[in-house]
Design a protein around this ligand. Structure first.
Ligand code: FAD
Ligand code: SIN
Length: 520
């Protein structure tokens, strides 16, 4: 693979929006392990939170973000994100993204859990698809941007690949590019770059039930961890309260929180509203509270789901604002105007990730992390709904502002060792990989889910250790495949979640432990 100024790993909102800005300052390669539009971004429904009109104010959005995050969010990062939000939404509009408007010409704003005002810009219930398509269209036709589909980033290149020792205590680690696997040639290529951007998205597939597409296997977090960069906040895994209950389907289809914003109500098996027992904000309380309440209701009833009642909204609301949800439900035999929708919480979003500063810089020089794989400090112990698309845009812009000032003073490194595949043989037993993935998902769902305890975490840690040893053995002796790399990355991600959860001796936001109930 040729050298490039900017190597962007990931083609979701974070990677594409960075590329569309960085292409003014140099050549950009975007690599993506699937087709370019298979991303979490594509599936986003609710929209993008931005203060637009009175009576909303930046201060109200800041307060809601801090409250949802249990005051663990970094106040400086929260202010930056919210004060820069309108400019970043303007960028989206300039790139052609179309947000719904009312017939007075104003933006039609939605409301979601934890928001004190209507402030969510959306494109019906397919906001992510609209963003993904418009950004991809711009990037695809730009002469300075090259998009390489079905290329898998395996490792980040640092001094370690020049034969020098790098430890987690090293303070001078630099990134020079990545080893990238090309499944067509089955070879690992060296991609050298002056700046590297990790924008690899989420981690949902570490769990048994998730709203995330299959690409979300924590690759970026795992790669940076192996490169000895800092990772934080991984214990804060957000479960979305309302994924459609349809056990044979993976990923789980999301029923947007905006439907609750429009008036849909959570109900138990007897048709009774139950959220007011848990929080005065009812069905629109922040997600950690709603997911835990549903988990509790399911334990009380012994059933596998609860219901979302949107029947009273009527056909017009569904056809105008939630056509995708209506037709999906219909395809599985649920007429949302006549039937209640069975819903269950599902792993949805990683609030933690690769530690970055206010310019998206990781602890490794010339390496940025953006989007869901990064931890900017915005979300604290629980993300406020629809703040993540916004975060991706704000920090992609900032990372580009930082990178453009130094790109011309960085030189390509010489002497990276070629990938060593000596002694590996083709792995005939893919069943071992598939089985390990299932075991890992079951461990994480059963012991490291919505409700945790010291004993459950210890059990998860011990079980994971066995899978870790088996996976490393298999990886060392097998010819590379994407699936085995993903398994290895999921094991590393699961380890980081458990490690951080074990360290936190309190219940806070998304990390709830029955051993520390009173602190939440
Ligand atoms: P993604 O969009 O997931 O892109 C990741 C990219 O990295 C992909 O191109 C993938 O192929 C690539 N990649 C990963 N690993 C590798 C590798 N090893 N090598 C090469 N490429 C790799 N947030 C909101 O703010 N509002 C919403 O309404 C909303 N709704 C959501 C609904 C659903 C169903 C889901 C799943 C999430 C939703 N979110 C929402 C969260 C939000 O969509 C994501 O956090 C955001 O889109 C992540 O963007 P990203 O660019 O970081 O990653
Ligand atoms: C949703 O539409 O409910 C998802 C919004 C989000 O994850 O921010």
């Amino acid at each position: 693979m040729a050298e490039t100024d900017f190597l962007v790993i990931g083609s979701g909102i974070a990677g594409l929006s960075f590329a569309l800005k960085a292409c003014q300052y140099g050549k950009v390669y975007i690599i993506t392990k699937s087709v370019a539009d298979e991303t979490s971004t594509r599936y986003a429904q609710g929209g993008i939170a931005t203060v637009m009109y009175e009576p909303d104010t930046f201060e109200k959005h800041i307060k809601d973000t801090m409250t949802a995050g249990c005051e663990l969010s970094d106040p400086n990062i929260v202010r930056i994100t919210i004060y820069e939000s309108q400019d970043r939404v303007k960028d989206l509009v300039q790139w052609g993204v179309d947000f719904d408007k009312t017939n007075t010409g104003k933006y039609d704003l939605g409301k979601e859990g934890g928001h004190s005002e209507f402030r969510v810009l959306h494109h019906k219930d397919t906001t992510g698809l609209e963003i993904q398509q418009k950004l991809y269209q711009q990037a695809k036709t730009h002469p300075q941007i090259k998009i390489l589909e079905n290329y898998f980033a395996v490792e980040l290149l640092t001094q370690h690949h020049l034969g020098k020792e790098v430890t987690k205590h090293s303070t001078d680690i630099e990134c020079y590019g990545a080893y990238v696997y090309n499944p067509r040639t089955k070879l690992v290529e060296i991609a050298l770059a002056k700046c590297v951007v990790v924008a690899t998205g989420g981690i949902g597939n570490v769990y048994g039930n998730t709203t995330n597409p299959s690409i979300a296997t924590g690759d970026g977090v795992a790669m940076v961890h192996r490169a000895k960069g800092a990772i934080r906040g991984m214990e804060f895994v957000q479960f979305h309260p309302t994924a459609l209950y349809h056990p044979t389907e993976r990923p789980a289809f999301l029923i947007t929180e905006a439907l609750r914003g429009a008036g849909a109500i959570l109900k138990d098996w007897h048709g009774n509203e139950f959220m007011h027992k848990y929080d005065p904000r009812g069905s629109l309380a922040p997600r950690d509270i709603v997911s835990r309440a549903i988990d509790n209701e399911m334990k009380i009833s012994g059933e596998d789901h609860v219901y979302l009642d949107a029947r009273h909204l009527g056909q017009d609301v569904f056809f105008t604002h939630f056509p995708n949800i209506y037709s999906k439900c219909l395809s599985v035999g649920i007429d949302a105007v006549k039937d209640m929708i069975p819903v269950v919480p599902a792993a949805h979003y990683s609030c933690g990730g690769i530690t970055v500063d206010e310019w998206g810089r990781t602890t490794i020089a010339n390496l940025y992390a953006l989007g869901e794989c990064a931890s900017t400090g915005l979300h604290g112990a629980n993300r406020l709904a629809s703040n993540s698309l916004l975060e991706s845009l704000v920090f992609s812009h900032r990372a580009c502002e930082d990178a453009r000032q130094k790109i011309n003073s960085i030189h390509f490194v010489q002497g990276i060792k070629p990938w060593n595949a000596e002694g590996t043989v083709s792995n005939e037993e893919m069943i071992l990989v598939t089985q390990s993935i299932r075991e890992l998902q079951s461990i994480m769902s059963n012991y490291v889910g919505i409700v945790r305890s010291n004993l459950r975490l210890q059990r998860a840690f011990d079980r994971l250790n066995i899978i870790y040893r088996e996976t490393e053995m298999l990886y060392q002796r097998s010819t590379l495949t994407i699936r085995i790399c993903e398994l290895r990355n999921m094991v590393a991600t699961a380890y980081l979640i458990i490690r951080e959860a074990m360290k936190r001796k309190e219940s806070l936001g998304l990390h709830y432990s029955i051993d520390y109930p009173s602190k939440n």
